[in-house]
Design a protein around this ligand. Structure first.
Ligand code: AHG
Ligand code: MN
Ligand code: MN
Ligand code: MN
Length: 337
């Protein structure tokens, strides 16, 4: 009937990353591969809890507030614990920074390795109880030469990250990863328990047709942002206006932006002077992925990956996506200066 038999040569994430490492020759120790294996395991573990959440009383609040002043959901706390335990046990980490923990964790000597992982264990908290897509975001630095692991190893520009990615828990679990050689997407085959390469070499279209902002904050927005949004909603000379898509989970909004193009924005405004998204574990990993996919990521006035953070939960404005769209928003910021 012309149907192809199923492939017997699947490319798993581990196989793919190992291949990448082989190409580095003897310099590669395999440590990053092992660390990424630990991260894959956390994603599978979180994914299965997300799927069961409504059945095993994992929805709702945990009863505590995190350092950002946000009420923690049970799944925020559980996902954080899963990641801390697994990353520590991997023996490959020296410093961990989590959205849900006020202080960085410096790993004790017994388990110490040479990587630092900054992470948002569960992104999109407000969407959890409605069954809308949520995710995990992570960024990885190598400790500085001679360091045994300290805050200095993570208070560095995003351009020094060696890898970054996210896993989106949606109709399927999708892990999207960069190690600095482009961006690849993998889909969890739950029956195999493996992430399979399904989206090789993701490239963002140079211009999109979608904008993704929380326009409910419009009354607080500053003129460059208001003017930019007006320019795409009321375009000149017979062009079509952009479509609006805003999920409210950065992972899901960025995932769509990588695949379809367009622009995602969480600006600074009159109420949130530095914006909402956190530099280390939200803005940097997503900016790294976006640039590696051929797009741009800016605060409006500065390349995000060039920021040097001074504290671990610091925030910044974010505009990322298709190159031409992000260049437009930068132009609107230049006009008022
Ligand atoms: P988190 O759930 O990890 O605290 O992150 C929430 C973030 C991000 O996912 C999303 O882009 C943004 O908050 C949505 O904020 P608004 O609800 O203000 O639009
Ligand atoms: Mn939160
Ligand atoms: Mn988040
Ligand atoms: Mn979170």
């Amino acid at each position: 009937s012309g149907e192809e038999p199923p492939s017997t040569d699947i490319i798993t994430l581990t196989r793919h990353v190992l291949n990448d490492q082989f190409s580095l020759g003897p310099a590669a120790t395999g440590d990053l591969t092992l660390l990424l294996t630990a991260i894959q395991t956390t994603s599978k573990f979180i994914a299965t809890n997300v799927r069961k959440a409504r059945l095993i009383n994992l929805v709702g609040l945990a009863g505590e507030t995190n350092v950002q002043g946000e009420e923690q959901k049970k799944l925020d706390v559980l996902s954080n614990d899963i990641m801390v335990n697994s990353l520590r046990a991997s023996g490959k980490t020296a410093v961990l920074v989590s959205e849900e923990l006020e202080e960085a964790i410096i790993i004790e000597d017994r388990y110490k390795g040479s990587y630092c992982v900054v992470f948002d264990p569960l992104d999109g908290s407000s969407n959890i109880d409605a069954g809308v897509n949520i995710g995990t975001i992570f960024g990885i630095y190598r400790i500085k030469p001679g360091s045994k692991g300290s805050l200095e190893d993570v208070l560095r520009p995003g351009s020094e990250m060696v890898a970054a990615g996210y896993t989106m828990y949606g109709s399927s679990a999708n892990l999207v990863l960069t190690t600095g050689h482009g961006v690849n997407g993998y889909t969890l085959d739950a029956s195999l328990g493996e992430f399979i390469l399904t989206h090789p070499d993701i490239k963002i279209p140079p211009r999109g047709k979608i904008y993704s902002f929380n326009e409910g904050n419009s009354m607080y927005f500053n003129p460059p942002v208001i003017n930019y949004l007006n320019s795409i909603k009321y375009p000149q000379s017979g062009k079509s206006p952009y479509s609006a898509r805003y999920i409210g989970s950065m992972v899901a909004d960025v995932h769509r932006t990588l695949l379809y193009g367009g622009i995602f924005g969480y600006p600074a405004d009159k109420k949130s002077k530095s914006g909402k998204l956190r530099i280390l574990y939200e803005a940097f990993p997503m900016a790294f992925l976006t640039e590696q996919a051929g797009g741009l990521a800016t605060t409006g006035t500065q390349r995000i990956l060039d920021i040097i953070p001074t504290s671990i939960h610091q925030r910044c404005p974010v505009f990322l996506g298709s190159k031409d769209d992000v260049e437009d928003v930068i132009k609107f910021h230049e006009q008022v200066n």
